[in-house]
Design a binder for this molecule. Structure first.
Ligand SMILES: Cc1cc2nc3c(=O)[nH]c(=O)nc-3n(C[C@H](O)[C@H](O)[C@H](O)COP(=O)(O)O)c2cc1C
Ligand SMILES: Nc1ncnc2c1ncn2[C@@H]1O[C@H](COP(=O)(O)OP(=O)(O)O)[C@@H](O)[C@H]1O
Length: 311
């Protein structure tokens, strides 16, 4: 998959373009992207047109915590089989009229023959246009627009907002079901206070930035991928009230693994919520609790693998 931050691609090959921000690449997003991917059999390349929100964002997305880093989004789309991922800054096209976006970007820049969008897609300056306007603008050029209906779960549309709420409330199973795979973070491992080694449970610390979704504070059974190899782990998300911390992090004690992870990017996939984060009276109580968590995590990860959960 080729990735660019531009509003055009460097080949003249005709494409099927999936348009949307696609935060989390959940089941609803997948339906839109799969519609574009299906055009590969007709000789079109599949191009996903997303964007980055550095400083400017569509009104509907302002302040929303993101479900996924750009690296995880790229990885997911690559696994799905997209040929192109475009992630220009939103500010590079937010001022375009609907016609400029349709003709200059989709048609001339991306050589679109088919454009696939979601049930609530908006575009053009101030989000002034939708799928019907897009179809009207592109039909004279022989470009088809497909609007994909909402994918429902328990009668309600799957949405990034719904997934974020489920995560924050500790309803991890619901979040993972709507995502179609486990919620994951892939931040670089940072140094902590070196207390983990003293407790007998070294932890790989991944800081969760302000702009990203935070699962409910507590302990989770997780799968950690180190260079793509999966290991069971027990991960605490929160502020470590027993020892105190000024930022939110995910700290994973990785079972049956030893080595140095500082500065390395690991993927932590959340499989099961085990318990809320607690303030313990003593470090000995904390140490004991982590030992119990580790065994529960081992069982939960084994059960998830046995149930055929994606690795
Ligand atoms: C499985 C697990 C569960 C944890 N649960 C808690 C908890 O309930 N309360 C808490 O204050 N810290 C909890 N922690 C975080 C520990 O306080 C932290 O890992 C330890 O202090 C080491 O910190 P360091 O990485 O800065 O050295 C947990 C850590 C792990 C790995
Ligand atoms: N089983 C393991 N799980 C997690 N980290 C491990 C493990 N074994 C060794 N490490 C290493 O130890 C570091 C964590 O040690 P710790 O004492 O908790 O220090 P810190 O306070 O910097 O997190 C990790 O970043 C990693 O490099």
């Amino acid at each position: 998959m080729k990735t660019a931050m531009t509003l055009s691609i460097e080949t003249k090959h005709p494409t099927a373009v999936a348009v949307g921000f696609f935060d989390g690449v959940h089941l609803g997003h997948r339906a839109v992207i799969e519609s574009a991917l299906a055009e590969r059999k007709n000789g079109l390349e599949c191009c996903v047109f997303s964007f980055a929100m550095n400083g400017s964002a569509p009104a509907a997305k302002k302040g929303a915590r993101l479900l996924q880093s750009i690296t995880l989004k790229k990885q997911t789309l690559e696994e799905m089989g997209a040929d192109w991922l475009l992630i220009p800054h939103f500010s590079n096209f937010m001022g375009l009229t609907p016609e400029q976006f349709a003709v200059d970007v989709l048609l001339r820049g991306l050589h679109a023959r088919v454009v696939c969008c979601g049930y609530d897609y908006r575009f053009g300056k101030g989000a002034c246009a939708g799928a019907a306007e897009l179809a009207d603008l592109l039909a004279p050029h022989g470009v088809a627009v497909r609007q994909i209906g909402a994918v429902l779960d328990e009668g309600r549309p799957v949405s990034s907002t719904r997934i974020r709420s489920a995560l924050e409330a500790g309803r991890l199973e619901e979040a993972n079901r709507l995502l179609g795979r486990p919620f994951a973070i892939d931040w670089t491992v940072e140094h902590g206070r070196k207390l983990g080694h003293k407790l007998g449970f070294p932890t790989a610390n991944q800081h969760i930035g302000e702009e990203f979704a935070r699962p409910r504070f507590g302990v989770y059974a997780t799968r950690v991928l180190i260079d793509g190899v999966p290991y069971a782990a027990a991960t605490n998300v929160g502020i470590k009230p027993t020892v105190g911390s000024d930022c939110v992090s995910a700290e994973s004690y990785i079972l049956d693994w030893t080595g140095d992870l500082y500065g390395r990017r690991i993927e932590t996939q959340f499989l099961k919520f085990l318990r809320p984060e607690e303030k313990f009276e003593t470090l000995e109580e904390l140490r004991h609790a982590i030992g119990v968590d580790a065994e529960r995590a081992r069982e939960a990860v084994a059960a998830a693998c046995a149930a055929g959960d994606r690795t």
